[in-house]
Design a protein around this ligand. Sequence first.
Ligand SMILES: Cc1cc2nc3c(=O)[nH]c(=O)nc-3n(C[C@H](O)[C@H](O)[C@H](O)COP(=O)(O)OP(=O)(O)OC[C@H]3O[C@@H](n4cnc5c(N)ncnc54)[C@H](O)[C@@H]3O)c2cc1C
Length: 430
Amino acid sequence: MIKQQKNLNTPLERKGYQIRPIIKQPESVAIIGGGIAAACVAYALTQKNIKVTLYCKDKEIAQGASSNHVGALFPLIHQQVDEISLFYQQAFWHALKCYKNLHSRGFAFSHDWCGLLEISYKTALEKRQNIFEQTSPWPKELITSVNAEQASLLAGIKLEHGGLFMPSAGWIAPGELVQQLFSAAQQTQQLSIKNQVNITALNQQDDKSWQLTTSKGIINEKVVVFCGGAESIKLNIIDELPLSSVRGQITNMATNEQIKNLSTVICHKGYLTPAHQQQHCIGATFEKDSFDIVATNAGDQYNLTMLEKCLPKLISWREQDVTSSKARLRCMTPDHLPVVGAMPDIAKHKSSYAHLAKDKNWRYHQPAPVIKNLYLLTGLGARGLCTAPLLADILTADLTGGEYPVGKQELFNLSPNRFVIRDIIRRKYL
Ligand SMILES: Cc1cc2nc3c(=O)[nH]c(=O)nc-3n(C[C@H](O)[C@H](O)[C@H](O)COP(=O)(O)OP(=O)(O)OC[C@H]3O[C@@H](n4cnc5c(N)ncnc54)[C@H](O)[C@@H]3O)c2cc1C
């Protein structure tokens, strides 16, 4: 695991654009959101005695991407040990610890740490598994290779293929988890939730506080954290970042004799979860740049066909076995890592760091210019359950001057200004 690093903000140690601004711990913070990102931030900040007001546009919390019946908790692990996989590995252990702790404190949510099998259903994946066996790049507690017989035992049903098994992974009911994180935050008496408040514009005042234009009138807040997911990537200021929406539809299927004993999550091109309340979740579709959250028959058909294509004859479901379906939006970034930290002042970045276009190793030691009192935790893509707790702790360190739980390169890999720095280096603005 990546070790904690101290004194991250010591000048001369780092390039200026990697230096994160430190603010005096705010007394209160406003969060725009209502999903797993907002819940983890509210939970982390209230544990530090910071007052939080949550503004959520929906009637109830957890109505966006974090509202699925079931979601899988597992890291993104590549064959080689690279920066992305290392981040997801650390985030995964962090999330597991956070959720287990929450549950043990009496904030119960439906879940099962039943493991997850990435099934080698095609030749390319069998090859990947072979290389994996030869090189053993990751610890066995995280991921291990299993043959078809072992996979069948783990899954509780007969499988034709082996795969890579993650013994500590599993599934969670995301809506319940979000609810319980907010309940734990409310127990501190520091959280106030305002539903049906849609934030439609952000305007900075002369004293660097924020005026929020909302469906309930104007609201003034000192420090704002944006956790609005894909639904609000067109909000002013936020729209300067390269965030995009990818629609996804999942389909819930009635259990039956063939599949009721499934005892681990199975990932193929999509995924299939064990029965929860007599239903299995299958999915999901990926439709770029769509903001449509109406579920369709075509989406269900796609999910059924994908399952049948990847795991033929595993289960003979038909359309009449569909119990419900849901379409929601994933908030994506171009490099598949989420974003956390202060909102960069992009115009000032372009002028302050223009020299990077000539010399990418140029050292400039002034902290990165930011838009004061505006922070983000978003771009969670398809793994929000895995990454949100670690990201929330990073954001909390930003807001309190505390120790960061990740190293400095990782911090930059997650920072919202990485996109503009990379574009300057690629000479996009010349
Ligand atoms: C089909 C599908 C399947 C998925 N499966 C998995 C999975 O198995 N495992 C996994 O880890 N992840 C999965 N994901 C991804 C995961 O759901 C997301 O990463 C995560 O839910 C994102 O959380 P969030 O809080 O950023 O956004 P959301 O959950 O979308 O929450 C955004 C919140 O912000 C509020 N909001 C937005 N704009 C405003 C505004 N202007 N004013 C006020 N409030 C606002 C909304 O009301 C909402 O409550 C899946 C996603 C989809 C779509």
